[in-house]
Design a binder for this molecule. Structure first.
Ligand code: ADP
Length: 351
């Protein structure tokens, strides 16, 4: 019967074991093939003579922790390209290495077991996916932009028709026309939201140091009519200067305040724009006294086209929050919501 270690020879991963003096005690067949170093030539020798980078403090400190039984270390192929490559190798393959500590089978202390995976195919696939995603985003950007003009023309001509026909419109035709107008308005809004989303995903992030009051003023200005109509009260903390894309952060505030004004029933909106300096840095937020969001929905509302209500209850496209998430993540920040049903929600973000 095969021993456990012999079994590892047939695994599609490279396996190497070292003891506390860095002496190689096991080297499987897969590693022999990949590195062209035979088991006979490496077992009994010091790992660092074949792979000198293991002597660098960055690795020795991590391995010392493992020799004390520390948690597994994963050395990603992207950051640690040459961990188990043969010296002078020109192979383009990409290897991920995981180092696991386990109690030494016969002595005290721990030994380290390295598992080396060839992730070249996976890597290629993820690059292809990234490329096709980026092409799709470009497509959405162009399509949503170019479709806005014909929709605008449809609306203009409907207005003209209405003016020209005037009193000649029968009740039926007037009703049909109002349905067409309503739908083309909805389509225009959806295309504008899609365009904003595609810009947030794809457009260049133009960083500059600005006071956050600037994008907030722009956002509130863009929705001033709704603020007036709803008689909303908006309180503002003093906001600091930060490095950001002013236009993109304006879109975030416009979406968050717009939602705070929309998702409320039978109350006057009271909105608080927050800025707090905490341990993790500046945290910004938009607090409302609206309908609130249940715990089970707090994550999924940030995905595209996820809505919790019908269009009859609250209008919308379900893209606003995913646009915000994209913008915040492209600034290196995080966005999340804290909420109580029937009491209100606070959307927080960092930059
Ligand atoms: P939209 O408002 O166009 O539907 P969003 O992406 O902005 O799309 O929001 C997604 C969903 O999250 C909304 O449909 C709504 O159910 C919920 N939501 C967003 N903001 C709030 C809020 N301030 N209070 C309660 N629910 C909210």
């Amino acid at each position: 019967m095969q021993s456990t270690l012999e079994l590892l020879d047939d695994f599609p991963v490279g396996v190497c074991i070292i003891d506390e003096s860095y002496e190689i005690t096991y080297w499987n067949r897969r590693l022999e093939n990949w590195t062209k170093l035979s088991t006979d030539s490496v077992v009994g020798s010091d790992l660092r003579t074949h792979f000198p980078h293991f002597a660098k403090p960055h690795y020795t400190s991590r391995l010392e922790l493992l020799f004390k039984g520390g948690a597994a270390a994963v050395f990603s192929s992207l950051l640690h390209k040459s961990l188990f490559r043969p010296v002078n190798s020109s192979t383009k393959n990409i290897y991920n290495t995981t180092a696991i500590s386990r109690p030494h089978p016969s002595e005290q202390g721990f030994e380290i077991l390295f598992v080396v995976e060839d992730v070249t195919a996976l890597h290629k696939r993820s690059e292809e996916l990234e490329r096709s995603n980026s092409q799709l985003e470009k497509f959405v950007h162009i399509a949503s932009h170019d479709l806005q003009a014909p929709i605008r023309r449809v609306k203009q001509f409907l207005d003209l028709l209405e003016q020209e026909l005037g009193n000649d419109l029968t009740e039926d035709i007037a009703e049909h026309m109002s349905v067409v107008v309503k739908n083309s308005q909805q389509m225009e809004k959806l295309l504008a939201a899609l365009f904003e989303y595609a810009t947030a995903c794809h457009g260049k992030v133009n960083l500059s140091t600005v006071s956050l009051d600037k994008p907030i003023d722009q956002a509130l200005d863009a929705i001033s009519i709704i603020i007036e109509e709803t008689d909303a009260v908006i309180r503002r903390d003093p906001f600091p200067q930060v490095q950001c894309d002013c236009v993109m952060i304006g879109i975030v505030f416009q979406n968050l305040v717009g939602n705070a004004l929309k998702y409320i029933k039978g109350r006057k909106p009271e909105i608080h724009l927050l800025a707090r300096e905490e341990e993790i840095g500046w945290v910004f937020g938009v607090r409302d006294n609206g309908i609130g969001i249940s715990d089970e929905h707090k994550e999924m509302i940030f995905s595209s086209f996820k809505r919790l209500h019908t269009k009859e209850e609250f209008t919308g496209s379900g893209i606003g929050l995913s646009t915000c998430k994209n913008i915040i993540e492209r600034h290196g920040g995080k966005i999340w919501v804290e909420s109580e049903l029937g009491v209100g929600s606070t959307f927080f973000f960092t930059l």
